[in-house]
Design a protein around this ligand. Structure first.
Ligand SMILES: Nc1nc2c(ncn2[C@@H]2O[C@H](COP(=O)(O)OP(=O)(O)OP(=O)(O)O)[C@@H](O)[C@H]2O)c(=O)[nH]1
Ligand SMILES: [Mg+2]
Length: 453
């Protein structure tokens, strides 16, 4: 597709709404606004103007607000037009058909943002942040996406590049004038700076571990013996009858997932089949699924029936439960005081509840929030950078090159090869923000976007 094409798309959700937004980007946006509105000249830029939309045959389709942006001063960097008609799908369809008949093309997913990137309006990490911002489901991920859209990753990469260029110039000076001593054993100088840089890059790479928590939510498994109240708990947390509750042990056979917001975190809670020894093959399959889910869970809510002896859990589960990943919920305190729990659970946070009598649930949610804040280890959202897999891959390439360089310097090998390693590392930094020559890679990246963005 040529950059001279004018693309068009509905940027608001499909369906009925008070107003809709249709966006155009490309040279036709400038000409068409005069033809469509029948005004004598172009609309005042960045100024909402109410006009009638005339189709190619001169028929008035709707009254709409028009917003015009000139080339160089728009989201994509091209001339753009935003049309806000009434949100009737029929009107929207007619307007889109009309714009296509006037020479516009339907936009691909993410094509507006792709053009913004290709026209230098934003770096690639900012373009990715646009999608993250739209898909963010928790305050924390929203904050991180906002920072990224404002260029937090780009700024970090330029700072790293500047530091590395400084190190590179000192090392190159030494290569050119080897009679000058390089302060190898001192706490400052290029080698010490390189070590500090390696640490910084390594800790940036580590932030990738939070990426799935941000995008997919914190995966939390509700486990326990049959009849302990696991399904009652998920229903109480979600606020609806998400799972079947009954006094027949073994009611839940398959896992049931729901999402809830716990302060700034998005938590995926999963109800599971009760864990115990059973001859019933269907129930056993459910238990096997719980064991499978446990392998990828971030946290566990172990629910115990206070009127029953503590459950004996399969070794594969009890081995994973730790005070920093498990909360023990002592349920049914309306029936009995909680029985002593196994030693390995003693140091976990314990929360007494009677779900049936709605007791202790709010207290449990509060303790759960502080427990997550303490144990998630998420960086403070104010200055958080969380790298995605693509950024991480590029930084890993940089890190490998930096370690190569350090190894050479450690073994007193000062040559052009060291400089070459450092330049490879700089390449990795620039790939994070967009030095990507590969079209297929860009296609893949922007396919994740919505149409109209
Ligand atoms: N007395 C009392 N009963 C409760 C409480 N919480 C749940 N129950 C009852 O315990 C029974 C089992 O509850 P469920 O939520 O189905 O238990 P479960 O752990 O999902 O059970 P399975 O799916 O069979 O493993 C139901 O009859 C609930 O009404 C409670 O706090 N006190
Ligand atoms: Mg159940």
């Amino acid at each position: 597709m040529s950059a001279q094409d004018t693309i068009v798309a509905l940027s608001s959700p499909v369906g009925e709404s008070a107003l809709a937004i249709i966006r155009l980007s490309g040279p036709l946006s400038a000409e068409l606004q005069i033809e469509i509105t029948r005004k004598k000249s172009r609309l005042t830029e960045r100024h909402a103007t109410l006009c009638k939309y005339h189709d190619i045959k001169g028929l008035g389709l709707d009254s709409a607000l028009f917003l015009s942006f000139s080339e160089g001063a728009s989201f994509t960097g091209e001339a753009m037009l935003e049309i806000m008609p009434h949100g009737n799908p029929l009107i929207i369809h007619k307007i889109l058909e009309d714009l296509l008949s006037r020479g516009c093309k339907m936009a691909e997913p993410g094509e507006f943002t792709r053009r913004a990137f290709l026209n230098g309006k934003m770096d690639l990490s900012q373009a990715e942040a646009v999608a993250d911002l739209i898909h963010a489901r928790s305050n924390y991920s929203l904050e991180v996406a906002r920072k990224q859209l404002n260029g937090s990753i780009g700024h970090k990469m330029s700072a790293l590049t500047d530091q590395l260029l400084e190190i590179l110039s000192e090392i190159e000076a030494y290569i050119d004038f080897p009679e000058e001593d390089l302060p190898l054993d001192r706490s400052h100088g290029p080698v010490a700076d390189l070590k500090a840089l390696i640490e910084e890059v390594s800790s940036l790479i580590e932030t990738n571990q939070y990426a799935s928590l941000l995008h997919d939510g914190i995966k939390t498994l509700i486990i326990g013996a049959p009849n302990a109240g696991k399904s009652s708990l998920i229903n109480a947390l979600v606020g609806s009858q998400r799972a079947i509750v009954s006094d027949v042990p073994g009611t839940t056979r398959d896992f049931i997932a729901s999402y809830i917001m716990l302060e700034s975190h998005r938590v995926e809670i999963i109800d599971t089949a009760g864990l115990h020894l059973t001859e019933d093959s269907i129930e056993q399959q459910g238990i096997n699924k719980t064991l499978e889910q446990a392998q990828s869970a971030d946290f566990f809510l172990l629910i115990m029936d206070s009127s029953q002896p503590p459950p004996v859990l399969p070794a594969a589960i009890s081995a994973i439960l730790k005070p920093n990943n498990t909360i023990v919920i002592e349920n049914k305190i309306d029936l009995a005081e909680s029985k002593a729990c196994p030693d390995y659970l003693k140091d976990c946070l314990h929360c007494p509840t009677s779900i049936i009598q709605k007791q202790g649930i709010e207290e449990f949610k509060k303790s759960w929030q502080s427990f997550l804040d303490k144990n998630l280890g998420l960086p403070n959202s104010k200055d958080a950078i969380v790298l995605n897999t693509r950024h991480t891959q590029s930084l890993k390439d940089s890190l490998a090159a930096l370690n190569e360089a350090l190894q050479k310097l450690d073994s007193q090998e000062f040559s052009e090869l060291v400089a070459l390693d450092l330049r490879t590392a700089i390449d990795g930094f620039s790939q994070v923000v967009g030095k990507i020559d590969n079209e297929a890679m860009l296609d893949k990246l922007f396919q994740k976007f919505c149409i109209g963005k």
